[in-house]
Design a protein around this ligand. Structure first.
Ligand code: ZN
Length: 485
């Protein structure tokens, strides 16, 4: 008995150490998920990065890692890229000394900052100066002074009053800049609470019930913790778009949503000793879905629940009408060439009534769209959810179907190559099944709810709150078996 316990403890220890190596934040105790927990948010990066950025604030300060390096006194500046600067080989005692020395070379005093040292410099060649190799991030202050920093290193800016504007959007915390490839990235580094202030009003209607907003704040926090390394390769944690969670910074903050974040500081959803993954969607339409029926992995605490709270919403019923050619085009965008679409059929539904497999029959074969892929391929703005039925349009054309059936049989031999990479493809059985497909020139899908249906339903949460439930009731309803603390 003892030996068994010990080995269990040892294996837990080993797993804990391993988890720590993978992600140091997983091992944090719950209370650490407060504002001291840093979140780096990608604001401009990759294809959305810009050649230069406008920054404004009060007495903007420049940080090297966490250490303050320069008090610029500037109320605004521009950040851009440069690879042509010339610097003195001797460093100066202070930033101010370097500014004075730099005036010898140019009216626009350029100071090059690197590793805690200040060097006088210039953007024009000078016999006393040597070219500084490599890309630099150049800060052009409102009075014309220039500060150059190594672009490969992260340089932070912050305002004395702790709110700094980047391209006219205000952010708490610091703005970090660094060069990746040939692009200048702009990142907002904030504490967890400050981050959530900018997320909750973007992800839920800020005038909604406070208990619903509190549940949203916790779900958003858990989502952040469990997706912390999503953008690690780019040097930040989460992006500001729907890919992660929509974040609007200080500019988006609302009093009520800030309150919901304040009242849930440090509180997270835990499952078996670790922060739980947490997904949310707009409205379940009456039933949530199990995560395994939507994506390719299951989690006990995200199973489908009957959700009467998600009725009486703007998404109780929706209808999407797609023509055969629209469906053909949608499939072609993902390189699925089924030829002319002749029929559609729901092949499988989950125990929660969402469509798991949708067969699209064409003259060249059939493509089966599965789970979340149905919305991805057919368009998630039209297909508000996979909680739908297919309505027969009543324009069935049996002769067209017969004709297409013979096309299918003729082309069977050529199909294998074209569809080798598709996950499922039916060739010889098509003739037998074809009569069960809904056919026509357009197809009517009637659905319920909005979103993937996993985890918390936002409309449901708001309706629960209206009925007097608190944020714990709401979370326990949508995430079975988690602890909140
Ligand atoms: Zn993202």
């Amino acid at each position: 008995m003892m030996a068994k316990n010990n080995s269990h403890i040892i294996s837990v220890l080993i797993i804990s150490v391993f988890m720590f190596m993978l992600n140091p934040y997983v091992s944090y105790s719950q209370s650490r998920y407060d504002n001291s927990f840093p979140v780096r948010v990608g604001i401009f990066y990759g294809s959305v990065s810009k050649a230069s950025y406008a920054v404004s604030g009060t007495n903007i300060q420049i940080y090297d890692s966490s250490k303050k390096a320069i008090e610029t006194g500037a109320a605004s500046l521009k950040v851009s890229l440069s690879s042509n600067i010339y610097v003195s080989s001797m460093s100066e005692n202070s930033y101010e000394d370097a500014v004075q020395s730099a005036k010898k070379y140019s009216d626009k005093a350029l100071v090059y900052y690197n590793n805690g040292e200040f060097y006088a410099g210039s953007t024009v060649p000078n016999a006393d100066l040597i070219p500084a190799l490599g890309s630099k991030a150049i800060f052009t202050l409102d009075d014309g002074r220039l500060i150059a920093c190594e672009g490969s290193k992260v340089i932070g800016l912050s305002s004395e009053d702790s709110v700094t504007a980047l391209e006219n959007v205000k952010y708490r915390g610091k703005l970090n800049f660094y060069i990746k490839g040939s692009s200048l990235y702009a990142i907002n580094e904030v504490g967890m609470q400050d981050y959530l202030y900018g997320v909750v009003p973007k992800e839920m209607v800020s005038s909604w019930e406070i208990e619903a907003l509190k549940a949203q704040a916790i779900v958003a926090k858990n989502h952040t913790i469990t997706n912390y390394n999503k953008h690690a390769a780019d040097g930040f944690n989460v992006c500001k778009s729907t890919h992660c969670q929509v974040y609007g910074g200080y500019s988006a903050e609302q009093e009520k949503t800030n309150q919901s974040v304040d009242k849930t500081e440090g509180i997270v959803m835990m499952y078996k000793g670790a922060p739980a993954e947490a997904y949310f969607h707009s409205s379940s339409g009456g039933r949530t879905e199990s995560i395994g029926n939507m994506w390719n992995y299951g989690l006990d605490y995200m199973s489908g629940v009957k959700d009467p709270y998600s009725t009486g919403t703007p998404y109780d019923n929706w209808e999407a009408i797609l023509s055969a050619s629209e469906i053909e085009q949608a499939l072609l965008r993902y390189n699925y060439d089924v030829g002319t679409v002749v029929g559609i059929k729901i092949l499988e539904i989950s125990e929660n009534d969402r469509v798991m497999k949708l067969g699209v029959l064409g003259t060249k074969g059939m493509k089966i769209l599965e789970k979340d892929g149905i919305r991805t391929v057919l368009g998630s703005s039209k297909f508000k959810s996979t909680y739908f039925t297919l309505t027969d349009t009543g324009v069935r054309s049996s002769s067209a179907l017969e004709r297409n059936r013979s096309d299918i049989n003729i082309q069977d031999n050529g199909l294998k190559n074209a569809f080798d990479k598709l996950d499922s493809f039916v060739s010889t059985r098509i003739s037998d099944e074809a009569q069960n497909f809904v056919s026509g020139s357009s197809f009517v899908f009637s659905g319920r709810g909005f979103g993937h249906g996993i985890g918390l339903s936002q409309y449901g949460a708001n309706n629960m709150a209206k009925e007097g439930n608190d944020f714990k009731d709401i979370i326990n309803y949508y995430f079975k078996g988690v602890t909140i603390g």
